[in-house]
Design a protein around this ligand. Structure first.
Ligand code: BDR
Length: 325
């Protein structure tokens, strides 16, 4: 079977780096581009990080397009320096990458790539959903031409993380999230319901340094910073594996349980701003959920299985998708 072609929309970010390397090492997937967005750091730093990660992985051929610096409405509060480092990569302040971004916005790159291969591209956002919403506004038929959207964000049946109500990626741009979760294509929501049930242990993190790939060596340098944040928050046994969940779902869906329900996002300025609300039922048609398509919500995960899979892929050489160059 030919690999599923994906665009990863990302704000790297320590766990974004994990997800990008995992996707690149998975023969089931072909990463056709990275688009960057604000979130874990300012968008300029996120773009530098995306380019650096491709350098490290030996995939400088993959295009990177820079996207939104802030949400569709309002302003970006501030990056998560205490979680990912002020540079988004554990305060390593790495040398500049050898490659440059392309001269197109993320939204334009998404539209061009999807419309050139109708029905083939899956969007994989692991940051705020601004670029995806902007692309949908730029090309109103975009969703009709997508294979689907598999996103990390939201919390259907559990509390939030950035506030008691909301998950961080959704909170940063609730209007964009509400639009994307209502898209007329298959949408999968990998939220805190499963990502906070997916744990990479202290021992597994300590073992990253002994995996003989450049990707693993980089992760061995940055993941301990993320681990410190978890320890400060009272999680003493490891890290939540948020962003990699989208990859695990795409390559090993047998390790998850799901529910199909329409989802709306609280876009008000109240205390539950950014909360993703599933409908009571798929046919809830007398409410704010009326007419919304069902979203596949990931609800349970076999944590040990998916973390083992991710670590296994970190050992592997990358599939050669550069045409032998
Ligand atoms: C999400 O927020 C970010 O800090 C992580 O990279 C992940 O995408 C988890 O809430």
């Amino acid at each position: 079977m030919s690999p599923r072609r994906i665009i990863i929309d990302t704000a790297p970010g320590i766990d974004d780096a994990m997800a990008i390397f995992y996707a690149l090492a998975s023969p089931e997937l072909e990463v056709v581009g990275l688009t960057t967005v604000f979130g874990n750091a300012y968008v300029e730093a996120c773009t530098e990080n995306a380019l650096t990660l491709l350098d490290i992985a030996g995939r400088p051929d993959i295009p990177v397009a820079q996207g939104a610096a802030g949400p569709m409405h309002g302003t970006f509060s501030s990056p998560a320096g205490h979680v990912h480092g002020d540079d988004g990569q554990a305060n390593l302040f790495l040398p500049p990458p050898t490659i440059r971004p392309i001269e197109r916005t993320a939204a334009q790159f998404i539209v061009d790539t999807v419309m050139a291969s109708p029905g083939e591209i899956t969007l994989v956002p692991i940051g705020p959903l601004t670029n995806i919403a902007l692309a949908m506004m730029l090309e109103p038929t975009l969703a009709d031409h997508l294979a689907g959207i598999v996103l990390m964000g939201g919390n259907a049946f559990c509390p939030g993380n950035i506030t008691p109500a909301a998950e961080a990626n959704i909170f940063h741009d609730p209007d964009a999230a509400d639009m994307v979760l209502g898209a007329a294509c298959p949408v999968v929501m990998a939220g805190l319901d499963v990502t906070e049930a997916t744990l990479m242990t202290n021992e597994q993190i300590a073992g990253l340094g002994s995996i003989p790939t450049e990707r693993a060596k980089h992760l061995a340098r940055i993941v301990p910073f993320y681990l410190d944040f978890h320890h400060e928050r009272g999680r003493s046994d490891g890290i939540y594996v948020h962003d990699s969940t989208v990859v695990s779902w795409m390559i090993a869906p047998q390790h998850y349980r799901t529910e199909q329900l329409p989802v709306r996002v609280d876009c008000t300025d109240g205390i539950s701003r950014g909360k993703t609300w599933p409908a009571h039922s798929v046919t809830d048609d007398e409410s704010a959920w009326a007419g919304r398509p069902a979203v596949t919500i990931l609800t349970e995960v076999d944590s040990a299985a998916v973390v083992a899979l991710e670590l296994e892929r970190l050992h592997l050489p990358l599939p050669d998708r550069t045409g032998g160059v």
